[in-house]
Ligand binder design. Structure first.
Ligand SMILES: [Zn+2]
Length: 248
Protein backbone atom coordinates (compact mmCIF):
# COMPACT_ATOMS: atom_id res chain seq x y z
CA UNK A 1 0.00 0.00 0.00
CA UNK A 2 1.08 3.53 -0.70
CA UNK A 3 2.29 5.65 2.21
CA UNK A 4 -0.38 8.08 3.26
CA UNK A 5 0.54 10.23 6.22
CA UNK A 6 3.65 12.32 6.51
CA UNK A 7 5.51 13.23 9.70
CA UNK A 8 8.10 15.65 8.37
CA UNK A 9 9.70 16.36 11.75
CA UNK A 10 10.13 13.79 14.52
CA UNK A 11 12.98 13.19 17.00
CA UNK A 12 12.91 9.41 16.54
CA UNK A 13 16.26 8.93 18.29
CA UNK A 14 14.60 9.98 21.55
CA UNK A 15 12.10 7.11 21.54
CA UNK A 16 12.45 3.68 23.14
CA UNK A 17 13.50 0.73 20.99
CA UNK A 18 10.01 -0.69 21.41
CA UNK A 19 8.35 2.48 20.21
CA UNK A 20 10.74 2.80 17.24
CA UNK A 21 9.93 -0.81 16.28
CA UNK A 22 6.22 -0.05 16.30
CA UNK A 23 6.70 2.88 13.88
CA UNK A 24 9.37 1.19 11.77
CA UNK A 25 8.25 -0.33 8.49
CA UNK A 26 4.64 0.89 8.69
CA UNK A 27 3.16 1.45 5.24
CA UNK A 28 0.68 4.16 6.26
CA UNK A 29 3.15 6.78 7.46
CA UNK A 30 6.48 8.16 6.35
CA UNK A 31 8.73 9.80 8.96
CA UNK A 32 11.60 12.24 8.61
CA UNK A 33 13.88 11.78 11.61
CA UNK A 34 15.60 15.06 12.48
CA UNK A 35 18.78 15.29 14.54
CA UNK A 36 20.25 17.72 17.06
CA UNK A 37 23.92 16.71 17.31
CA UNK A 38 26.38 14.03 16.21
CA UNK A 39 24.98 11.32 18.43
CA UNK A 40 21.34 11.74 17.30
CA UNK A 41 22.50 12.05 13.67
CA UNK A 42 24.23 8.66 13.89
CA UNK A 43 21.25 7.09 15.67
CA UNK A 44 18.79 8.38 13.07
CA UNK A 45 20.99 7.13 10.21
CA UNK A 46 20.98 3.66 11.78
CA UNK A 47 17.17 3.77 12.15
CA UNK A 48 16.84 4.81 8.49
CA UNK A 49 18.92 1.80 7.44
CA UNK A 50 16.50 -0.68 9.01
CA UNK A 51 13.18 1.14 8.49
CA UNK A 52 11.99 1.63 4.89
CA UNK A 53 9.50 4.36 5.93
CA UNK A 54 12.13 6.49 7.72
CA UNK A 55 14.36 9.15 6.15
CA UNK A 56 17.17 10.53 8.28
CA UNK A 57 18.27 14.14 8.54
CA UNK A 58 21.54 15.19 10.15
CA UNK A 59 22.32 18.49 11.81
CA UNK A 60 23.08 20.55 14.87
CA UNK A 61 20.10 22.21 16.54
CA UNK A 62 20.52 25.95 17.17
CA UNK A 63 20.02 25.26 20.91
CA UNK A 64 23.16 23.08 20.88
CA UNK A 65 25.65 25.31 19.09
CA UNK A 66 27.40 26.30 22.34
CA UNK A 67 27.98 22.67 23.35
CA UNK A 68 29.47 21.39 20.11
CA UNK A 69 33.23 21.09 19.44
CA UNK A 70 34.79 21.93 16.07
CA UNK A 71 35.46 18.22 15.63
CA UNK A 72 31.81 17.29 16.24
CA UNK A 73 30.64 19.96 13.80
CA UNK A 74 33.03 18.64 11.14
CA UNK A 75 31.77 15.08 11.67
CA UNK A 76 28.10 16.09 11.30
CA UNK A 77 28.91 18.11 8.16
CA UNK A 78 30.66 15.03 6.82
CA UNK A 79 27.48 12.96 7.31
CA UNK A 80 25.42 15.28 5.09
CA UNK A 81 26.52 13.38 2.00
CA UNK A 82 25.01 10.12 3.25
CA UNK A 83 21.43 11.32 3.87
CA UNK A 84 18.71 13.21 2.01
CA UNK A 85 18.08 15.98 4.51
CA UNK A 86 19.90 18.50 6.65
CA UNK A 87 18.09 19.31 9.92
CA UNK A 88 17.21 20.34 12.48
CA UNK A 89 19.29 23.41 11.77
CA UNK A 90 18.54 27.11 11.78
CA UNK A 91 18.34 30.07 14.12
CA UNK A 92 16.53 30.79 17.36
CA UNK A 93 16.15 34.28 18.79
CA UNK A 94 13.24 33.38 20.99
CA UNK A 95 14.61 30.72 23.33
CA UNK A 96 18.41 31.04 22.89
CA UNK A 97 19.22 34.63 21.78
CA UNK A 98 22.51 34.56 23.75
CA UNK A 99 24.22 32.28 21.21
CA UNK A 100 22.87 34.02 18.11
CA UNK A 101 26.24 34.93 16.57
CA UNK A 102 27.48 31.37 16.87
CA UNK A 103 24.16 30.07 15.52
CA UNK A 104 24.63 32.24 12.42
CA UNK A 105 28.09 30.83 11.84
CA UNK A 106 27.09 27.18 12.20
CA UNK A 107 23.85 27.61 10.26
CA UNK A 108 25.72 29.11 7.32
CA UNK A 109 28.07 26.10 7.28
CA UNK A 110 25.07 23.78 7.00
CA UNK A 111 23.46 25.89 4.27
CA UNK A 112 26.68 25.79 2.25
CA UNK A 113 27.02 22.03 2.70
CA UNK A 114 23.35 21.38 1.87
CA UNK A 115 23.73 23.41 -1.34
CA UNK A 116 26.92 21.70 -2.47
CA UNK A 117 25.46 18.23 -1.80
CA UNK A 118 21.98 19.16 -3.06
CA UNK A 119 20.09 18.23 0.09
CA UNK A 120 16.87 19.67 1.46
CA UNK A 121 17.04 21.84 4.59
CA UNK A 122 14.71 21.28 7.56
CA UNK A 123 14.66 24.48 9.56
CA UNK A 124 14.10 25.71 13.05
CA UNK A 125 13.40 29.45 12.96
CA UNK A 126 11.70 30.41 16.25
CA UNK A 127 11.80 34.18 16.63
CA UNK A 128 14.16 34.38 13.66
CA UNK A 129 11.71 33.81 10.80
CA UNK A 130 12.90 36.81 8.83
CA UNK A 131 16.60 36.05 9.32
CA UNK A 132 16.22 32.41 8.25
CA UNK A 133 14.18 33.32 5.16
CA UNK A 134 16.69 36.00 4.18
CA UNK A 135 19.62 33.62 4.44
CA UNK A 136 17.81 30.92 2.45
CA UNK A 137 16.79 33.24 -0.36
CA UNK A 138 20.15 35.04 -0.45
CA UNK A 139 21.92 31.68 -0.69
CA UNK A 140 19.55 30.54 -3.47
CA UNK A 141 18.41 27.50 -1.49
CA UNK A 142 15.77 25.70 -3.54
CA UNK A 143 14.44 23.11 -1.14
CA UNK A 144 13.51 23.87 2.44
CA UNK A 145 10.88 23.17 5.07
CA UNK A 146 10.26 25.78 7.76
CA UNK A 147 9.34 23.54 10.66
CA UNK A 148 6.33 24.44 12.89
CA UNK A 149 5.76 27.68 11.02
CA UNK A 150 4.13 30.18 13.35
CA UNK A 151 5.93 33.24 12.05
CA UNK A 152 4.36 36.36 10.52
CA UNK A 153 1.47 35.58 8.18
CA UNK A 154 2.78 38.07 5.62
CA UNK A 155 5.85 35.87 5.00
CA UNK A 156 3.69 33.01 3.69
CA UNK A 157 3.63 34.59 0.24
CA UNK A 158 7.44 34.76 0.16
CA UNK A 159 7.70 31.15 1.33
CA UNK A 160 5.37 30.10 -1.48
CA UNK A 161 7.22 32.14 -4.10
CA UNK A 162 10.56 30.74 -3.00
CA UNK A 163 9.14 27.23 -3.45
CA UNK A 164 9.58 26.27 0.22
CA UNK A 165 7.28 24.28 2.47
CA UNK A 166 5.96 24.91 5.98
CA UNK A 167 5.57 22.28 8.69
CA UNK A 168 2.07 22.28 10.21
CA UNK A 169 2.43 20.86 13.69
CA UNK A 170 -0.16 18.68 15.46
CA UNK A 171 -0.10 21.40 18.15
CA UNK A 172 -2.68 23.13 15.90
CA UNK A 173 -5.15 21.20 18.06
CA UNK A 174 -4.19 23.64 20.90
CA UNK A 175 -2.43 26.56 19.20
CA UNK A 176 -4.56 29.33 17.61
CA UNK A 177 -1.54 30.78 15.73
CA UNK A 178 -0.96 27.46 13.92
CA UNK A 179 -4.62 27.56 12.90
CA UNK A 180 -4.21 31.10 11.53
CA UNK A 181 -1.25 29.97 9.45
CA UNK A 182 -3.30 27.10 7.96
CA UNK A 183 -6.14 29.51 7.14
CA UNK A 184 -3.76 31.71 5.13
CA UNK A 185 -1.39 29.19 3.58
CA UNK A 186 -2.16 27.25 0.40
CA UNK A 187 -2.36 23.45 0.75
CA UNK A 188 0.45 22.97 -1.71
CA UNK A 189 3.08 24.34 0.67
CA UNK A 190 1.98 22.29 3.72
CA UNK A 191 3.67 19.31 5.29
CA UNK A 192 2.40 17.74 8.52
CA UNK A 193 4.60 17.04 11.53
CA UNK A 194 4.59 15.94 15.16
CA UNK A 195 7.94 17.13 16.60
CA UNK A 196 7.49 14.10 18.88
CA UNK A 197 8.21 13.19 21.60
CA UNK A 198 7.73 16.75 22.88
CA UNK A 199 4.72 18.17 24.65
CA UNK A 200 2.82 21.36 23.97
CA UNK A 201 0.37 22.71 26.55
CA UNK A 202 -0.20 19.24 27.96
CA UNK A 203 -0.59 17.65 24.53
CA UNK A 204 1.90 14.89 23.80
CA UNK A 205 3.00 15.50 20.22
CA UNK A 206 2.91 12.14 18.45
CA UNK A 207 2.58 10.98 14.83
CA UNK A 208 -0.70 9.24 15.76
CA UNK A 209 -2.27 12.73 15.97
CA UNK A 210 -1.59 13.42 12.30
CA UNK A 211 -4.92 11.97 11.01
CA UNK A 212 -6.72 14.27 13.48
CA UNK A 213 -4.58 17.20 12.31
CA UNK A 214 -5.48 16.39 8.70
CA UNK A 215 -9.19 16.43 9.61
CA UNK A 216 -8.78 19.86 11.23
CA UNK A 217 -6.91 21.22 8.20
CA UNK A 218 -9.74 19.94 5.96
CA UNK A 219 -12.32 21.76 8.12
CA UNK A 220 -10.31 25.01 8.14
CA UNK A 221 -9.76 24.91 4.36
CA UNK A 222 -13.32 23.70 3.63
CA UNK A 223 -12.15 20.71 1.57
CA UNK A 224 -12.43 16.92 1.78
CA UNK A 225 -10.04 15.03 4.05
CA UNK A 226 -8.75 13.04 1.08
CA UNK A 227 -7.74 16.23 -0.68
CA UNK A 228 -5.54 17.22 2.27
CA UNK A 229 -3.99 13.74 2.57
CA UNK A 230 -3.15 13.75 -1.14
CA UNK A 231 -1.82 17.34 -1.16
CA UNK A 232 0.50 16.71 1.80
CA UNK A 233 1.75 13.44 0.38
CA UNK A 234 2.39 15.07 -3.00
CA UNK A 235 4.30 17.85 -1.26
CA UNK A 236 6.41 15.19 0.42
CA UNK A 237 7.10 13.55 -2.96
CA UNK A 238 8.11 16.93 -4.37
CA UNK A 239 10.42 17.44 -1.41
CA UNK A 240 12.23 14.11 -1.80
CA UNK A 241 12.21 14.33 -5.58
CA UNK A 242 14.19 17.55 -5.49
CA UNK A 243 17.38 16.11 -4.11
CA UNK A 244 19.71 13.99 -6.11
CA UNK A 245 20.23 10.37 -5.24
CA UNK A 246 16.76 10.01 -3.75
CA UNK A 247 15.98 6.33 -3.91
CA UNK A 248 13.21 5.79 -1.38
ZN1 LIG B 1 12.28 19.58 16.60
Amino acid sequence: MREKYVDSHIHLNEYSEERISSLCGRDDVVLIAVSEDLRSSLTNISIEKRCPNVRAAVGIHPWNVGKVSADELAKVLELVGSVGFVGEVGLDKRFTPETFDLQLKIFSEFVTRALSSRKALLLHAAGAWREVLEILSRSAVETAVIHWYTGPLEYLKNIEELGYFIGVNVALLRQPKMREVVKQAPLDIMLTESDGPYEYRGLRLEPELIPELIREIAVIKGVEIEEVVTAVYNNYLKLVGRWWGSNK
